[in-house]
Design a protein around this ligand. Structure first.
Ligand code: TMP
Ligand code: ASP
Length: 238
């Protein structure tokens, strides 16, 4: 049990607390949801516990495959106990099927399969609205070294392989996903969460969207979609 002490940070979907151990923190997952840079706000009942539990299963799966993550334990239904890292202010996005901003950028129909997986980097900066950046921009901003950028790409592709296979067995297509990383003792470590908030997951049989797009696009049955993902993921996690 890691007791929550000082509140270190409160974001749109999570609150991060210090614990009595300096290199251990607790992430409390909230039911509140935002989209479009916070312009759309709402509550998704049960989302916090779904996202914490799904993240716990996926981080364990990735650890078993040799990927370093910040995950230590699931505490109750809504909290992850993790390592405290020095965060890299980048969102690393992996994509298998065109959707969302990529479909817009390339003029593709949503649902069009990509020839091979695409990795993108976004600079996390609320004022700038998280712009897309390339290796040169990242070097200019000095938020990661060129070696780290190659490594981020390599890890994102490995995560994509593992998660795509896992979700496929649950009857889900992993359309795209967002990862965040930190550093611990100079090494890149996968952090944040992996959940229906940060992945697009489409039912393979029906094409139904079972992720945050139900909230972003007012598709209805938002809570049901989150519960459906949790049920499938828990069913797989023996
Ligand atoms: P996008 O199509 O809006 O760029 O999103 C790609 C994927 O990244 C999608 O699965 C949602 C996820 N994502 C986040 O988790 N947080 C964000 O702030 C954004 C923009 C996307
Ligand atoms: N989480 C981001 C926001 O609050 C974007 C999103 O997930 O759509 O704007």
């Amino acid at each position: 049990m890691a007791e929550k002490r000082e509140k270190l940070y409160e974001g749109k979907a999570k609150i991060v607390y210090a614990t009595d151990e300096p290199d251990v923190i607790v992430h409390y997952f909230k039911d509140s949801a935002t989209a479009f840079d916070g312009k759309k706000k709402g509550e998704i009942t049960g989302k916090g516990s779904v996202n914490a539990q799904v993240s716990a299963v996926l981080f364990k799966l990735l650890e078993e495959a040799g990927i370093k993550t910040h995950f230590r334990s699931l505490q109750g239904a809504n909290e992850l106990v993790t390592d405290r890292l020095e965060m890299v202010p980048l969102e690393v996005i992996g994509r298998n099927i065109a959707a969302g901003s990529l479909a817009k950028r390339l003029g593709y129909e949503e649902g069009q399969a990509l020839k091979k997986a695409i990795v993108e980097f976004y600079y996390k900066d609320d004022v700038l609205g998280d712009p897309v950046v390339n290796e040169d921009h990242i070097a200019e901003l000095a938020v990661a070294t060129p070696d780290e950028v190659s490594r981020l790409r390599e890890i994102a592709l490995k995560v994509n392989e593992i998660l795509s296979r896992f979700f496929d067995l649950l009857g889900l297509s992993l359309v795209d996903f967002k990862l965040e990383f930190g550093r611990k003792a100079g090494e890149l470590v996968l952090a944040d969460e992996i959940s229906p908030d940060t992945c697009r997951l489409w039912d393979k049989a029906t094409g139904e969207r079972l992720d945050k797009d139900r909230f972003r696009r007012d598709l209805g049955r938002v809570e049901d979609a989150y519960q459906e993902i949790l049920a499938r993921v828990k069913g797989a996690a023996v």
